[in-house]
Structure formats: structure tokens, C-alpha cells
Design a protein around this ligand. Structure first.
Ligand SMILES: C[S@@+](CC[C@H](N)C(=O)[O-])C[C@H]1O[C@@H](n2cnc3c(N)ncnc32)[C@H](O)[C@@H]1O
Length: 311
């Protein structure tokens, strides 16, 4: 059973995509198919939705949910930075719209049994694509204290990264760290009392960091953004929903550069200023969910929607 997902900023995303009958639209992150269903309705029988997800369970779910639109849907079990290859294999020169929703799917948190949530006691897997070999358990078993500190600091922005890494290394000497419940308990114990009573669960950042590293999330996003201008036809739109500052920083950097507003000093390795671009942001700032949506779905409160168009 696939856990239903509350789709974030559905109206704003679909109107941002400007879907029309006959359009080719790519949903890079199918998940529960909320965006995909709305796209299918708008593109009509002459249109094509290419639905991508790196999780086989999401693809299986999409096969059911989108079955009544099977005349206009192609599903691809792949990761989204492979989009140029996917389009090439389908002999498609470019899409009219591309949507990417970088949130955590409710299925991963609540239904996948893969240890994404500190509120459950499940095997520490955290792979979205189970064909990969490295799991969260592998990292927690094999990285040394400095490496774990680096992971929690860089990818979780966790200020107690070193304390937590030390506690993990001590704990795994006594018994292997195998479940999300065990990890949450070790993190909680490692923190000073004042850090345990925050508005977010104290293990949130550690879980996020491990998930990002296991799934190489930032690397894939960066590769996708480099390639995306060549995946759209002229006038085609890209809509990206991001949910945390690390990924939004990457998206924002590309949007700034597309706008000709990059402020990086020359020679900065991550800088993309010198690359000529055919993309233009549609709005200078990101769009945010309405108070009404946040009231109905509090998890949507951190959503940032950015839209760009190919000239
Ligand atoms: C938040 S869900 C998408 C929800 C969907 N928009 C909806 O309305 O139901 C994110 C999905 O993206 C997938 N995903 C994350 N990173 C991916 C990647 N690099 N390539 C392909 N799929 C990815 C996840 O497996 C998950 O199913």
C-alpha cells in the first residue's frame, strides 16, 4: 500500500507550468502523483506525461493512480538527473513543462518501513532507490567520528554534530546501530538538555543529513539544474518546489545566474556565472503557500516554488 501524499502548492505549480492540450510535460518526482494527475487532465489525449521516480514503489503506485490516463503517460524508474538521456531515448527534443517536487513523500516517512522517520523503529535504510548499495546503516557503521561530524554539520547544519558523532561511535562499540529508534535515542542522549526541547524533534537534522547523503540528493539536483535548459523547448517552463535551505540555496543560485544576478567572486568552484543561459526566472522571488494551505497541511509551510522559462 502506498501512503497518500498531500500535494504542495498544486494550483500555483500547475498554473506556473501553463499546461495546454498536446503538451509534453515531465514530472521528475511522481511520488503520490498529485501534480501528475493534474497535468494529465490538462494535456489531454494528444499530450504526453513522462513520469519519473527513483523509487520503484512510487512507480508501481503511479501505474494504478494514472491508469485511466495510460494513453498519455510514460513511466520511468530512474533518477531525475538522467532526464537528458530519457528524452533522447524517447526521441523528444524538449518538454513544454518540467515539474520537480523535492519534498519528502509521506510514503517514505510513514509507509515505506525504510527508517526515514525518527518517530518509528525501523531498519536504518533510507534509500529511495533500493537498487543502490549504501544505506544509512552502512554510513553509521563505517564512517569515522570526523566523517560523521562532517555529514551532520554539512548536510544537517547540526550545531552539536561532533557530540552526536562521538555518541554514535561509542554506542556502536557496544552494539550495532540498526534501527531508526536506536539512532533517535542515541542522538537525544548526546544533546545537552537545552537542545532537547526545541520546536523540532532533536533528531530531525541528523536524519535529514543521512538521507541526503544516502540518496546523494544535492549532487543529483546540481546535475539536473546544469542539464535542464537543454531539456525544454523555447517557452517551456520549469517549476521547482524546495523544502529546506540546502536544496533551495542550490536552486536559488541557478535562478540568480539565469537572471544574470550572480554575485559570486570569479573562480569560486561552485559558481555557474560564466555559463551562458537561455533560462529566465518568471518571478524574481519564490512563491509561498497560502495561509489556507498551511492551515490544512502544516508540512507545506516551508515550501518554496520557483518558476523559470526557456527563452
Ligand atoms: C514529495 S514526493 C512527490 C510528491 C508528488 N509531487 C505528489 O504530488 O504526490 C517526492 C518523490 O520524489 C522522488 N525522488 C526524490 N529524489 C529523486 C530523484 N533524484 N530522482 C527521481 N525521483 C526522486 C521520491 O522517491 C518521492 O517519491
Amino acid at each position: 500500500m502506498y501512503t497518500p501524499h498531500p500535494t504542495a502548492m498544486l494550483e500555483e505549480t500547475i498554473s506556473g507550468l501553463t499546461c495546454m492540450p498536446g503538451h509534453v510535460v515531465v514530472d521528475c518526482t511522481l511520488g503520490g502523483c498529485g501534480h501528475a494527475l493534474a497535468v494529465c487532465e490538462r494535456i489531454g489525449p494528444e499530450g504526453l506525461l513522462i513520469g519519473i521516480d527513483q523509487d520503484a514503489e512510487a512507480i508501481e503506485n503511479a501505474r494504478n493512480i494514472l491508469s485511466r490516463y495510460r494513453d498519455r503517460v510514460k513511466l520511468v524508474h530512474e533518477e531525475f538527473s538522467m532526464l537528458p538521456v530519457i528524452l533522447q531515448q524517447m526521441h523528444i527534443e524538449g518538454a513544454n513543462g518540467i515539474v520537480m517536487d523535492l519534498g519528502m513523500s509521506r510514503h517514505h516517512l510513514e509507509g515505506s518501513c525504510r527508517g526515514f522517520s525518527f518517530q518509528k523503529d525501523e531498519p536504518l535504510d533510507m534509500r529511495m532507490d533500493v537498487r543502490q548499495t549504501v544505506t544509512a546503516e552502512t554510513l553509521l557503521r563505517t564512517l569515522n567520528e570526523d566523517e560523521l561530524t562532517d555529514v551532520f554539520y554539512r548536510f544537517g547544519e547540526e550545531r552539536y554534530a561532533r557530540r552526536i558523532a562521538g555518541a554514535i561511535v561509542r554506542s556502536r562499540k557496544k552494539r550495532p546501530l540498526l534501527t531508526s529508534g536506536q539512532l533517535a535515542a542515541v542522538v537525544l542522549e548526546a544533546l545537552p538538555a537545552k537542545a532537547r526541547n526545541q520546536h523540532i524533534h532533536p533528531a530531525t537534522r541528523v536524519f535529514m543529513a543521512l538521507r541526503i547523503v544516502v540518496n546523494r540528493e544535492l549532487e543529483k539536483l546540481e546535475r539536473f539544474l546544469q542539464a535542464v535548459p537543454d531539456c525544454l523547448v523555447s517557452g517551456g517552463r520549469l517549476c521547482i518546489l524546495s523544502f529546506h535551505s540546502l536544496e533551495d540555496r542550490i536552486v536559488k543560485r541557478y535562478f540568480r545566474q539565469w537572471e544574470g544576478r550572480c554575485t559570486c567572486a570569479p573562480g569560486i568552484p561552485k559558481c555557474v556565472c560564466n555559463r551562458s543561459t537561455s533560462m529566465r526566472p518568471v518571478y524574481r522571488r519564490c512563491l509561498r503557500p497560502s495561509p489556507d494551505e498551511i492551515a490544512k497541511n502544516p508540512l507545506a509551510r516551508s515550501t518554496r516554488l520557483r518558476i523559470a522559462e526557456k527563452r
